[in-house]
Design a protein around this ligand. Structure first.
Ligand SMILES: *[C@@H]1O[C@H](CO)[C@@H](O)[C@H](O)[C@H]1NC(C)=O
Length: 215
């Protein structure tokens, strides 16, 4: 009896872990149908007889992203939005461009592990663990280096070379999602109450107001 309960418990845990990630496809493909009114977990499938090569392709990953912005970086995503054929397949790409000293600020992908490859330049990268608590795992990467950001963990990149830098990232979801920490905490709409953030960051409310201002 106890053993049986144990088996049920471990099954329940396994199932809970499994459904936190993209399920395996049950058909060749499920090209996303953006016009469907159906609400499902993911996107509904286009009629397979209407599917063509354009649903599986994207052009322009060679084009340099415009980094003329306050961060000095640009992300060019290639996920299910750009390639509807990625729907249900649990994989996507992004191109990252960095001006000298440009930053991709601390952010997380709630649904994807990221594998970043440096094609050009030198980058300081890092992520922060949840267990052990808040340990920074960080490294300077050079052209040809590959680095992993585990699913859900807060991570960042900074160009530390004198020229521009370019990366290609692979992500283990067709829809990785992105939560940029500063924007979520200081730029939410409506704003999180200043008194909450003041306690959380252990600073005066006036400092919180200044941090909220750019958003
Ligand atoms: C890059 O973005 C800036 C700011 O939005 C804009 O002024 C500029 O024209 C853009 N450059 C190109 C080449 O698109």
């Amino acid at each position: 009896m106890a053993k049986c309960v144990l088996v049920l418990c471990s099954l329940a845990i396994t199932f809970a872990v499994t459904i936190a990630f993209e399920p395996s496809p049950l058909q060749d493909f499920c090209v996303a149908d953006p016009t469907s009114q159906a609400r499902v977990n993911g996107l509904p499938c286009l009629d397979p007889n209407q599917v063509s090569a354009q649903h599986f392709s994207f052009s322009g990953i060679h084009i340099t992203g415009n980094t003329s912005n306050s961060l000095g970086s640009r992300v060019t995503p290639v996920n299910v939005v750009q390639i509807p054929g990625l729907n249900t397949l649990g994989i996507s790409l992004a191109r990252l461009d960095y001006a000298p000293w440009g930053v991709v600020p601390p952010h997380t992908h709630p649904r994807a592990t990221e594998v970043l490859t440096v094609l050009e330049g030198s980058l300081l990268v890092g992520f922060v663990t949840s267990n052990p608590n808040n340990q920074l795992i960080s490294k300077v990467l050079q052209k040809g280096d590959v680095f992993v950001f585990p699913v859900g963990l807060v991570h960042f990149q900074k160009n530390v070379g004198y020229g521009s830098a370019v990366c290609i990232s692979a992500l283990s979801s067709q829809n990785p999602g992105v939560i940029t920490i500063a924007n979520a905490v200081f730029g939410s709409n409506p704003s999180i109450d200043v008194s909450v953030l003041s306690k959380a960051f252990q600073v005066d409310q006036s400092i919180i107001s200044r941090l909220q201002a750019p958003f």
